[in-house]
Design a protein. Sequence first.
Length: 318
Amino acid sequence: MLSKLSKLTIVQKIVFTYIITITVFFIYLLYSYNFTQNSINQLNKTIQQQLPISQLYSKNYELLDDIIGIFTDAVITNESDLVDSANGKKQLIIDNLKQIAIYDNKIDVENEEKQFFEYYNYAYAFTLELIKKEKDANLKDMTKLQELSKNVILDFEKQKELSMHLLVKSLEENSDKTSDFFNFSLFLAIITFIFMSISVVAMHRMLKSRFNKVIKSIKNLATGEPDFSIRLEIEYQDEIGEIIKWFNKLQSKFEIDYNHLNKLRKETEKSLEKEIEDTQKEVVFTMGAIGESRSKETGNHVRRVAEYSKLLALLAGI
């Protein structure tokens, strides 16, 4: 994988990094959209189903407590009309149970209705009999009423607590999912940041190092005596690699031209030295001829000095 990436050009590496970033971003968007939809659905279910059910069960528990209170007050006050007021609350309980069944058909409200009716009918009839003195309170009847009352209270209380538990559980699940989504988003952001940072730093170091080598080679060519043995190595087949390839070719051409110019310079200098030497000889010989014409001994002296000077110059390496 790394070997394949190293063969990419700089532009291709930038495009590759961009594609990776965009891909991660779109994956995050899809995940975010899916999570949002699920959260909305879960919240709607909680608001439209579990919350009303919990409220209805709480209301039924309060109505049952009111009915028990009405029956107790009716016996104490000996008012039969007070007993009839319990019928309205009974009907509210039945309506609430039917509404609960509409919200969630998995709930067995028939058993709850049956248990409630058993208690209500017995308590209603027993209360009227006590008020009208048609029947005396006995331990058996009181025990049965107490048992029926206890059972229906426990059942209503159980359903109330269960519905509340389901409501709280649903809200907690939604909260946990939101927390998980936040953690995922944070993790994805950190991973993306690390990936982008590493990519930028690695690319910056690579480009800086390679450009520094190119600049160093250019400075080498700009000196008075460039070292043409230094050649840039093509590390990667990318844009900088292409620059280095043509730079090396240009450097080779410069080397040929530089060597040719050096050769011409040396030939020119040698030719100039020969011309100067000949001129000097001509001057010396001319002066010697002039001197000889006036004095033969002077002319010979001039020639001897010229020969000595030549020998000394040769010995000195000039």
